[in-house]
Design a protein around this ligand. Structure first.
Ligand code: KIV
Length: 282
């Protein structure tokens, strides 16, 4: 008997091995089991991102996302994803006070979800924490450039790396977290020359969002690229579908049918065998 073909999970080591590869890493966010099941067939990495605050919970930013939220959705994604590497965001306010607080949160998320690794926002200022976590077997992807957990402090979502001092500071961030043991870098909202220079300078893979094609991989918020979030589409998002429009049309059709009493019809009704046979025969 032929063995069913197995697709082993993509590991952190597999992601690392793709550094500089001609095949960029394909990454998307995932928060639920049904969506993760679809994305899993196409992606190298799925991120249970704290963008879930806006994408699913109607929050204004990522700051209200809690460990309980991220863990519940992380478990759902882990149940569905069979081949992609799954990373989970460490939520705002649960790691910044020091390496020990970070380890407590990180080990809880890893332990309760069984995910493959975590993503933490921060560069040089977070290097000590990254070192502490990686020394304790927690794989960390560091998130530099535009950091959504800092938007309130920074006064909004601004593209990074335009000024030379900022470009230099981003390079210092990248090198510091690499030296601290980060296995990868997520670079957000950063100008192309800086993302390119960082990607060339580090030996770990870079995954960009609004950070050009120079990165080793790309990630988008799935709800953005599927056209499910319609209020604001950032410049870097390409919409590959208009699911908000598709859902709107489907729900309008359902509402019409219910109001006209044409749904449910015989085919969708239990215990009405005679009527069904008559309709099958016609
Ligand atoms: O939370 C998130 O979705 C992110 C994106 C920038 C990928 O971190």
């Amino acid at each position: 008997m032929t063995e069913p073909q197995k697709h082993p999970r993509t590991t952190i080591a597999d992601l690392r091995a793709r550094k500089g590869s001609a095949q960029p890493l394909v990454c998307l966010t995932a928060y639920t089991a049904p969506m993760a099941k679809i994305l899993d067939a196409h992606c190298d990495m799925l991120l249970v991102g704290d963008s879930i605050g806006m994408a699913l919970y109607g929050m204004e930013n990522t700051l209200g996302v809690t460990p309980e939220i991220i863990i519940a959705h992380g478990k759902a994604v882990m149940r569905a994803a069979k081949r992609a590497c799954v990373l989970i965001d460490v939520p705002y306010g649960t790691y910044e006070s020091g390496p020990e607080q970070a380890y407590e949160t990180a080990s809880r998320i890893m332990g309760e979800t069984g995910c493959d690794g975590l993503k933490i926002e921060g560069g040089a200022e977070m290097a000590e924490t990254v070192l502490y976590l990686t020394a304790r077997n927690i794989p960390v992807m560091a998130h530099i450039g535009l950091k959504p957990q800092s938007v309130v402090k920074d006064g909004g979502y601004k593209v990074r790396g335009k000024a030379p001092e900022e470009a230099e500071s981003l390079m210092r961030d990248a090198l510091a977290v690499q030296a601290a043991g980060a296995f990868g870098l997520l670079i957000e909202g950063t100008v192309e020359p800086v993302a390119r220079a960082i990607t060339q300078a580090v030996s770990i893979p870079t995954v960009g969002i609004g950070a050009s094609a120079a990165c080793d991989g790309q990630i988008l918020v799935t709800e953005d690229m599927l056209g499910l979030i319609t209020e604001h589409t950032p410049k870097f998002v390409r919409q590959y579908a208009d699911l908000a429009g598709t859902v709107d049309e489907a729900v309008a059709a359902y509402a019409r049918d219910v109001r006209a009493r044409v749904f449910p019809d015989v085919a969708h009704t239990y215990g009405n065998g005679a009527a069904k046979k008559a309709s099958d025969a016609s």
